[in-house]
Structures are given as C-alpha cells and as structure tokens.
Design a protein around this ligand. Structure first.
Ligand code: 7RM
Length: 631
C-alpha cells in the first residue's frame, strides 16, 4: 500500500507527478506483479490520439486481484454479497474462494470457445457470478463488455453487434425490489439480430421458466460441474484491451470506450487507496451497478487490487424501505460508503425515520459520484449519515477516465460542499474558453480539459478510432476534452457545473439527447423531436421532449404513452422522457439549427430572457411553445 497521509504530502506528490510523470507512475506500477517489466513508461500524442503506458510490460490483472493475495489474505473476505431480499442469506467469498470460482469459470469460458481477444458480453444482475464472470474473462484475456441489465433488447443488441461478441453471459431473471425482471427473454430478443453470438451461458437466479436454444444456450451450473478449479492466467501486454464499456455521447450511437490492462490496473488501485484512505480490513460499499464504470473500477478492480473487502448489493435503496442502505451498513460494519447524489436526494425525501433505527457508527469515509451534488444533499449526508464525523469525497470522473480524477483525499483535503476540490496526483486539468484559449488564474469558469495523459485514460472507441479522436481530442488541440463545464474558485478548488454538450445526466446516468430523439422519431406520427434537460429535484436532471406530430387526430395522452414505450424499447426505462410536449414546430434558425437554449429555458420554466431570437425562421413559435409548456 502506498498512501498519502497529509496535505503537505499530497502537495509534494502532486508536484512530483507533474515535474516527472514517468518516474511518478513507474513508482506506482512497481508495486504490482508483472510477468515482465515494461520497456517504456509512457509514449503519447493527443493528435492521433495514441497513448501507451508501460509498453512491453506483461501481466494479468487477475494475478494482481487474486493470486497475489493468496499469501496472507486467502481467508479474508473478498466479496460480501447482500441479496435483494433481506431475509435471503447473503454470501461471503474469501480471496481463496473467489480465486477458485474465477479459475473454474475461466475454464468454462475456454471450454465454450472463448479465446484471448474474443469479446464476451455480460448482461447480469448484481450477483457474485457477475464479478466472477468479469474476472474470468480477464483471466483468459477475453475482453468483457458488460451491459447494464436495465437496458432494452435493442440497446443490448447494438452493443453486442458493435463489438462482435461471440459469447453472452446472462441470468434467467433478476430481482429488483418487488419486481422479477426477465433477463433471458431480453437476451433472446436481442440475439435475433446478433449473428456473431455462438454461445449463451445462463446463470439461474430466479428459476423463472425460460427458453433454451439447443446448440446455443447452456446452463452455468452444468458447465461448472465439468470445470477444473485451476486455470493459468493468460499473459497480456500492458496495452492489450481489458474491456469495452459503452457510454452515451452527444451523437446518436453509444461509444465503446476501451481500457487496457496495465494502465487501468495501476490507476484504479492508486485512486481507490488514496481517495478513500483505505485501511487494511476496511469494508467498502459502493452502491453502483457493475454495469457502469463506477462498478467496474470501485466494486471489482480497485478494491480487489488493494486486497480489500468489497460489498455487492443486488437490490435497490428503497426496498423493502428507504432504510436499506443503512441496514446493510450496520449489518456488515461498512467503513467506507460510496453512492450517488440522486440516491441521497431520494432517501432524504423519504425522511429521517428510515435513518434513525441504525447506528452507522462503523462509517469512517463517505463518497459521492456521478453528478454534481447540491449543498442540501451534501449537508444531509454529512449530518445524518456521517454524523458530522466522516469526510465526504465528491469524486469527479468519467467512463473515459477509468478512475477518479478530481476529488478530496478523505480526511486530508479540506472539503467544501459542491466542490470536487483538487486534482489527484498525475492529473493536469485546464480550463479553456470556447476557442480553446486557456483560462488561467482562480475565480474563473470554462470547459474542463486534461492536458497530460494518465494511466487510466481512454485508448480508443471500439472499432472506430476516428470517433475517439473527433469526440475527445479534436475540439481543443492537444487536449482531452471532458464535455464538462467547470469553475475554479479563489482557493483553486474545482466545481463541476455539468455537461456542456448534448449529454444529460439523469440520476447519475449519461443519456445522449440524440439517442432519445432517434428513438422518438421511430414513431410513425412523429415528424421531428428535440430533447433537453431540465432541473429535477431527485434525478438532478429530467428529460423534456418537444415533439411534432403529423397526426392532428391523435389522442395526446395516448401519443405520450406510445412515445414512452418506444423509448423504453429502444434504450430502456432510464431514458424515458419525464415530460412530453406536442408542438406545432421547433424554434429553428434560418440555417435549420434548433435553438436548444430556448427549449431549455422553457423546460426550466424560466421565461425571463430568451436572448436574441431575431434569427429564428419563425419567432412566434416561441410564444406558442411557452403557452403549452408541460409543468
Ligand atoms: C463516474 C461516472 C460522467 C459524467 C461527467 C460529469 C458527471 C461524474 C461527478 C459529475 C459533478 C461529480 N462516469 N459527473 N461525477 N459531475 N460532480 N462528482 O459517473 O461516464 O457515467 O459519467 O458524470 O458530467 O462527465 S460516467
């Protein structure tokens, strides 16, 4: 372990990381087990872009997550699993058990045809087998593509096709609160359009009745019976792909963000240990789903690389009641708790009666991620969960960054509600104006970019490197552009203000407006649509859709229902618009561009100042839309 313990040490470490990044990161990388040491620490240029960390280095990340801990930590709990239903017994897997389960399932994958470099799609609920599957892929060098099990068949199919997966791992069904969700059914529908898939391995969680396709589908448990408990790890190059994870951007189709073995390993462990100030023996509870980057980096890889105990929760925060998180924290004596502002706002709204029955005295550190946290939620978290004694780390980062980038170090960096505070060592943020000119000094605001590589950064977007360049490296020369707006206050503290592109953050989930518009436009009566975000008390942002219908006779409530159903089918319930307004036209400029700024203001209910609307083709449309606003 290698942990910063004072603010002076943070400053010294930060300065070293800027003055000599290569020796700084080499020092971190040396703490791992490499089959062969790297030849070069870093080669990079942001114009291609091409970034290589630890090139020539050979390793397998699972040897660092598992094998390495068998000396001394074999009996320590690696994964604690809490099921959806509180009455169902949980499971605890020691490092030794997890190691054996991963090896066994790695052999199952091999027997079913998976080889190094193959893409394996994982579409599963939050059961230990999901983490085991992820690690088993990494063990044999197969590239995992985890898809959050709330996405629709169409989204799943798109992700499988884009990365040409040959194997799909899924469950029969999933428990989510009081609901049973048909997982295999969604997979079956998705696979109607996925010719690359040869094999489906089905884990039985709910014992629901499912269809099994002869010659394609097999049962997890059956396959395991035939598998050996030892499996040699496949030696990987530091820059070999570890995984693909799809995320929404400002253009229509989600992008497959690619991360590689060496840099990802170094970055997730370093950030895990330092941001949360992890102590050996701590129980760490991250409430994300493994289907998102937060789950990849801070449920699976970061904690396991550190030899920590990671808690996996299958259910939802409000079932059977809004005290579920707090019950789990007391039950397993959780020391570090990491969640999303949206969950905190929902729990705050449920009232303190759900918090009071619990002691919460094992907690030492609290964290948030995914979206800006409002001061009220921050204070509520601080007082009622942390009892004023636990530092809160507001961690800013992205799918593309692999790990935390701007964040306090728990108990070390002085916090300020709403501020992600300072960059971690190795991270060089820069604010630029819309022309790409640096905005220096403090008390300023601009577009957040990063000017130097870090080991966890995105390498490419799967199958389309040009898209990666266009999206992240072409807006501002020689900079990685995050898509976020950001303030730097008088103390040099950073506050992320939200996306400056057409991405909306709904309950901490990234939704591309273009993606939702494409879905809505599939409706035969919809001529055109425009989706914008508006402030939402619980979700942070909600989705407001303006649609033009060609059918004047259409029952409007029915039309809204049909639109919601279409979005559900195309993306999933998380992208369903909160409000739908049927409009006769959209505010467009003479060149045909929709003036979204006006639509955002109307959605917000702010009619004060629309700015210059004289360039609109039909300025009267603004009044009409205003008049019919959905409140
Ligand atoms: C980890 C994750 C990334 C986007 C990012 C921001 C927003 C994330 C914070 C935040 C304010 C934070 N990955 N975001 N963390 N905004 N404060 N602490 O969420 O790829 O799904 O989303 O989320 O806009 O660009 S993500």
């Amino acid at each position: 372990m290698d942990r910063i313990t004072t603010i002076e040490q943070y400053q010294a470490e930060y300065e070293k990381s800027i003055a000599n990044p290569e020796s700084f990161w080499a020092g971190k990388a040396e703490q791992f087990f490499w089959r062969k040491k790297w030849d070069r620490v870093l080669e990079w240029n942001f114009s291609a872009p091409s970034v290589k960390w630890f090139s020539g280095g050979r390793l397998n990340i699972t040897e660092n997550c598992l094998d390495r801990h068998l000396q001394g930590k074999a009996e320590n709990p690696a994964i604690i699993w809490e099921p959806n239903t509180p009455e169902e017994p949980g499971r605890i897997l020691s490092y030794k058990q997890l190691y054996e389960e991963v090896c066994r399932f790695a052999n199952v994958l091999k027997k079913n045809g998976a080889k190094k470099g193959d893409r394996v799609c994982i579409y599963m609920p939050m059961v230990p087998e999901l983490a085991i599957a992820v690690l088993a892929c990494a063990r044999i060098g197969a590239i995992h593509n985890v898809v959050f099990a709330g996405f629709s068949a169409q989204s799943l199919s798109g992700r499988i096709q884009d990365s040409d997966c040959t194997i799909v791992l899924c469950s029969d069904g999933a428990y989510r609160g009081a609901k049973v969700i048909p997982i295999k059914e969604v997979v079956d529908e998705a696979l109607e359009t996925c010719p690359s898939v040869q094999r489906v391995i089905v884990f039985q969680r709910t014992n629901s009745s499912i269809k099994m396709l002869d010659g394609r589908d097999v049962y997890w448990a059956e396959e395991l019976k035939k598998a050996d408990a030892s499996c040699e790890a496949v030696e990987m190059d530091a820059e070999d792909m570890l995984f693909i994870l799809y995320t929404s951007g400002s253009t229509g189709k989600p992008k497959g963000v690619v991360h590689t073995c060496g840099g990802y390993m170094v970055y997730t462990k370093y950030t895990f240990e330092n941001v949360f100030q992890y102590n050996p023996g701590d129980v760490f509870f991250c409430t994300a789903d493994i289907g998102w980057i937060t789950g990849h980096s801070y449920i699976v890889y970061g904690p396991l690389l550190a030899g920590a105990t990671t808690l996996m929760f299958e259910g939802v925060p409000t079932w059977p009641d809004a005290g579920r998180f707090w019950k789990i924290i007391d039950k397993y004596k959780v020391n570090i708790f990491y969640t999303a502002p949206t969950a905190l706002r929902a729990l705050q709204a449920s009232g303190l009666d759900f918090v009071k029955p619990y002691k919460l005295n094992s907690l030492r550190v609290l964290g948030t991620v995914g979206e800006p946290i409002n001061v009220e939620a921050w204070n509520w978290y601080d007082q009622n969960i942390g009892k004023g004694k636990c530092p809160i780390v507001d961690t800013w980062w992205q799918t593309e960054t692999a790990g935390i980038m701007i964040s306090p170090l728990a108990g070390i960096t002085k916090t300020k509600p709403g501020y992600a505070t300072l960059p971690l060592p190795g991270i060089q943020p820069i604010l630029v104006d819309n022309e790409g000119k640096e905005i220096s000094g403090n008390g300023v605001e601009g577009n957040l970019c990063i000017r130097f590589p870090w080991p966890g950064m995105i390498r490419t977007t799967y199958g389309d490197h040009e898209r990666c360049r266009q999206n992240y490296f072409a807006t501002y020369k020689n900079l990685y552009f995050t898509g976020d707006g950001c303030k730097r206050d008088e103390d040099g503290y950073y506050r992320i203000t939200g996306r400056v592109d057409d991405v909306i953050n709904v309950s901490g989930h990234r939704i591309g407006t273009a993606e939702v518009e494409n879905a809505i436009n599939q409706h035969p009566d919809i001529v055109e649509s425009a989706v914008v975000g508006y402030p939402h008390d619980i979700k942070g942002q909600g989705l407001y859709a303006y649609v033009i219908s060609s059918n004047q006779q259409h029952d409007l409530d029915l039309l809204r229902k049909e639109i919601a159903a279409i979005v559900n089918k195309a993306i999933g319930p998380i992208a369903r618009p909160d409000k739908i307004q049927i409009v006769p036209g959209l505010p467009k400029t003479r060149s045909g561009k929709i003036m979204r700024r006006i639509l955002r203001k109307i959605a917000e209910g702010d009619f004060s100042n629309f700015g210059d609307i004289s360039t609109l083709l039909d300025p009267t449309i603004v009044e009409t839309i205003k008049g019919d606003r959905v409140s």
